[in-house]
Ligand binder design. Structure first.
Ligand SMILES: [Cu+2]
Length: 160
């Protein structure tokens, strides 16, 4: 008498997955690499997942920095430079990664309260009007000994 019930219990999660709402667009793995000094901007990274419909990021806001821009590092004849980007398409069922050496956020004037908390909330403005709120972990710059690479003088945009 028990077998039919057990079978139903096994099948139920599959049925839910098949009939559920469409997978949403979402952002995760957000973090901020804090600049070693306040004069230069910090950099932010994350992964944007398109879900079933895909989406487009039109901008990023936060209460915990003076200004945020989306940038892309590009190799121009062997010279790494930065370009500001106004929007980023996230393909349906795909993802776009903001990571060191590629697309990144640039954050000026990260708030001391956020730094002491170790995280800051970012608001992603989507083309369809949605706002996606994500907590980004703030990582402090490596101190001497942790990596010689961090000790070299930082150009305005270097290392992003
Ligand atoms: Cu930049």
């Amino acid at each position: 008498m028990r077998a039919p019930f057990a079978l139903f219990a096994l099948l139920a999660p599959l049925a839910l997955a098949a009939c559920g709402d469409p997978a949403p667009t979402y952002i995760d793995q957000a973090w901020v690499r804090l600049s070693p000094n306040k004069e230069t901007p910090s950099a932010g990274y994350f992964v944007a997942h398109g879900g079933d419909a895909g989406g487009q990021i039109r901008g990023v806001l936060t209460d915990y920095a003076l200004k945020v821009e989306m940038h892309e590092s590009v190799d121009k004849d062997g010279m790494m430079t930065m370009e500001r980007i106004d929007s980023v398409d996230i393909p349906a069922k795909g993802e776009v990664t903001f990571a060191p050496g590629g697309k990144h956020l640039m954050l000026w004037g990260v708030n001391d309260t956020a730094i002491s908390r170790g995280k800051m909330q970012l608001t992603f403005l989507m083309a369809n009007g949605d706002r996606l709120l994500v907590d980004a972990v703030i990582r402090k710059p490596e101190t001497a000994g942790a990596g010689a690479a961090a000790a070299k003088p930082a150009g305005e945009h270097e290392g992003h």
